[in-house]
Unconditional design. Structure first.
Length: 218
């Protein structure tokens, strides 16, 4: 009987919860995010967290490694699509849905590990292939670069309307916010290529942005 399996599965669940929590907290708090805030949101005890990661930097380095791997997997999946544009669009949607861009505030605050550097290099290579393939197919603006793509994805990773409504406890508004985000993604993708595409979902309600200002509790 493998007694390590349950522990390994629990560690993986904790990793997933910590990464999801870190993305949310960093998107909201930026560089002021604390390990205690992340642990609380993830439902992980701070003591057990520090038994596994001796420092805040070590935790953030590991979360960056996990995040980069998600981006790498998304790029690999995009390249597996034989259609250059659809593969590129799949990559964009996957990364935005994952939300890895919200880890941007960590930049410059921690040392880059060898694993982080390796995964970033791999990601840069894959995205370069995605972009070059689209350029050769004539479906992506010729002046769009990998950096443009990375910056755009990071903007989508900031504290979104979906995150804000979730923080307010207004789950009844989250679907509207997600639909609005889907439209923005379609607008962004349309701006990257020639030929308009029909936007998904109906236009967002006029009060979608103002709702958060009128939601007073207690």
């Amino acid at each position: 009987m493998n007694r390590k399996a349950p522990r390994h599965a629990e560690a993986e669940r904790n990793d997933e919860a910590l990464l999801a929590a870190a993305k949310k907290v960093l998107a909201m708090e930026g560089r002021h995010a604390s390990v205690a805030m992340i642990a609380k949101r993830a439902g992980v005890g701070i003591a057990s967290l520090y038994r596994r990661y001796s420092t805040k930097d070590e935790l953030f380095q590991y979360l960056c490694e996990l995040s980069l791997q998600e981006w790498v997997s998304a790029a690999e999946a995009g390249l597996a699509n034989s259609d250059p544009w659809e593969g590129f669009a799949d990559y964009m949607r996957a990364v935005i849905a994952f939300g890895g861009g919200s880890l941007g505030p960590i930049a410059g605050t921690i040392a880059i590990t060898e694993e982080m550097a390796s995964r970033f290099t791999r990601l840069d290579e894959l995205v370069g292939v995605l972009v070059d393939r689209c350029h050769r197919a004539g479906v992506l603006r010729g002046d769009v670069t990998r950096v443009d793509i990375a910056l755009l994805l990071e903007q989508f990773g900031k504290w979104s309307l979906v995150d804000q409504f979730e923080a307010l406890g207004r789950d009844d508004w989250v679907e509207d916010a997600r639909n609005a985000r889907d439209r923005l993604i379609a607008i962004a993708l349309d701006g990257l290529r020639v030929g308009p595409e029909r936007l998904p979902h109906s236009a967002p309600a006029n009060d979608l942005l103002t709702r958060r200002w009128s939601d007073r509790r207690g």
